[in-house]
Design a protein. Sequence first.
Length: 85
Amino acid sequence: MDSFFLIPFCRGIILDESQKALILNPDLPLAHGLAGYVYFQQGKYNLAEKELLIALSLDPNENSLPDTFLALLFIDIILINLQKR
């Protein structure tokens, strides 16, 4: 089941733009967070965890990771867990 919040077409664009931003500045927590979110939706959980941990290490207070972004991630985690039941 694709996430309601990020259709597959948008995932590629967001991942590409995040990777371009990280080439210019590898210390952008939001770019790492967005890449992690896309990887998570693609089922690439190891890559997602890596990127999200980098994002949080760069911004431990989560000032640059919008609450809506984190909420979407948690909603996706819940949806995946519900699918397993």
